[in-house]
Design a protein around this ligand. Structure first.
Ligand code: FEO
Length: 179
């Protein structure tokens, strides 16, 4: 099966966004660690790993369907943040951008009669929905409880809980107990 040049180009362009997410979250994780937000650091390290698996799914798919996956050049990520809130806002904005980009490729795949790519992207539609909802919820909580030291302690614990839940979910997925 050979994908069209248009779809190949769109998928290659998308690699930039997935790798940028990997780098952005790695950078946020490092900043959190340095600032002493250990739970948040764990969460963003996990998010970074997950984005790297997304990148690899796109990368291997392009070659699998007869295209040529191209390793993208990236801009330097942001290294420090005014607050956790700023980092989460950046993450949510990036995920919204990724979702829009995926929807555009689905539209293109439909136009090209490319059912395989449409099918491949279905997983990412669900994944993006989960990620956007998750970041939005965290952001709402941060806004609700404010940025004082005790609030930050609570936010950090919340991130730690999410990181642990993500690990449990991944184990289930690996065992095939969950889709
Ligand atoms: Fe893989 Fe959340 O973008």
């Amino acid at each position: 099966m050979i994908i069209s040049k248009k779809v190949e180009k769109a998928l290659n362009e998308h690699l930039i966004l997935e790798m940028a997410a990997t780098y952005n979250y790695l950078s946020v994780a490092s900043w959190c660690e340095v600032e002493g937000y250990e739970g948040s650091a764990k969460f963003f390290y996990k998010q970074s790993e997950e984005e790297n698996t997304h990148f690899m799914k796109f990368f291997t798919y392009i070659n699998e369907v007869g295209g040529h996956a191209l390793v993208p050049a990236l801009k330097k990520p942001k290294y420090s943040f005014k607050s956790i809130q700023e980092a989460v806002e950046m993450a949510l904005a990036h995920e919204q951008k990724v979702t829009k980009a995926i929807y555009k490729i689905i539209t293109l795949a439909k136009e090209e009669g490319d059912h395989a790519t449409e099918d491949f992207l279905r997983f990412f539609v669900d994944e993006q929905k989960e990620e956007e909802v998750q970041f939005k919820r965290i952001l709402d909580k941060i806004k609700l409880i404010g940025g004082g030291p005790q609030s930050l302690y609570y936010v950090d614990r919340e991130f730690e809980r999410l990181a642990a839940a993500a690990t449990g979910g991944k184990k289930k997925k690996d065992k095939g107990e969950e889709n």
